[in-house]
Design a protein. Structure first.
Length: 281
């Protein structure tokens, strides 16, 4: 099932034409988006997603988001979604048509969660580390690279996913030119040693993950130590727990990294999943 609504709240035919051929989101990937997990009619981390979309839009000099309208359209799609289970809700905001009056194209699209994602959540994944080709020091110096903005230009991220799949793995973990760990093409890296959880800082050019944020919040409440600090690629080898977090993945464990089997983190995965879910109990 799929549900589509325009930002003004009107439902539209999810199978019908929607975006003009000259829309800059389509022509140049010039726009921003979010994917929100909805469980039992409740959107998870909607506030954090809208905060991040507003930040991304500001980085692209797009008009400011109408937050109340996004909250309303989220509700419209959720109310029209009459299928059991979870929904991935895409919020899309482009620069609109070329030579237009600057009015963005903006809509919300509810989709089911992919079958492979559901299997990976349970079974864990194999991952390959891939060079991302930039040094974190460039992030501040070159704002035009839009590192840390969630733009519609995901062709590189999707190419990385195809690359790892062609090489027999499920997921990629990007590594910066200085050997530090960045993020997955659509996920945040979380590393666990003892009762400490770590993730890469947004200053390295990664997205601040809403799922990782929820997990760290719950973990801190439960007495864990959380650290947002650079992580070296070597730190991942043999780690007690290596996880990829994202809205649709939730917390997925990495079983094999670069062909090497990691320590069994099934029990740790159950613990982290319970912490994450406790945020929505
Ligand atoms: C590049 C990137 N990093 C991290 C994430 C994880 O973010 P979230 O937990 O908010 O879904 C995503 C989500 O798709 C992403 O695209």
């Amino acid at each position: 099932m799929r549900v589509l609504a325009m930002l003004d709240g009107t439902l539209a035919d999810a199978d019908g034409p929607l975006v003009r051929a000259d829309d800059l989101g389509l022509l140049r990937g010039d726009g921003v988006f979010e994917t929100v997990l909805v469980v039992d009619g409740r959107p998870r981390e909607l506030g954090s997603h809208l905060d991040r979309m507003a930040r991304s839009a500001a980085m692209l000099d797009l008009p400011p988001l109408d937050r109340a309208a996004w909250e309303r359209v989220t509700r419209v799609v959720i109310d029209a979604w009459n299928s059991p289970g979870e929904m991935a809700l895409k919020l899309v905001h482009t620069r609109g048509p070329e030579f237009g009056d600057g009015t963005p194209t903006a809509y919300a699209l509810g989709l089911p969660i992919g079958a492979k994602t559901l299997v990976n959540r349970v079974e864990g994944v194999t991952a390959l580390s891939l060079d991302r080709g930039f040094d974190p020091a460039i992030v501040e110096r070159a704002p035009w690279l839009l590192l840390g903005a969630k733009t519609l230009s995901y062709a590189v991220n999707m190419a990385a996913m195809r690359y790892v799949e062609a090489h027999g793995a499920d997921e990629a973990i990007f590594v910066a030119a200085d050997g530090s760990v960045l993020e997955g093409p659509t996920s945040t890296v979380v590393l666990v040693e003892g009762t400490t959880m770590r993730t890469t800082p947004p200053t390295s050019g990664v997205l601040p993950g809403t799922t990782q944020g929820a997990l760290f919040r719950a973990a801190e409440q439960a007495g864990w130590t959380t650290k947002v600090e650079p992580i070296g690629r070597d730190d991942l080898d043999g780690a007690e727990g290596l996880f990829l977090a994202s809205s649709v993945r939730k917390i997925t464990r990495v079983r094999v990294l670069d062909g090497v089997t990691m320590p069994d983190s099934a029990a740790l995965h159950r613990e982290l999943s319970a912490l994450y879910e406790s945020e929505y109990a």
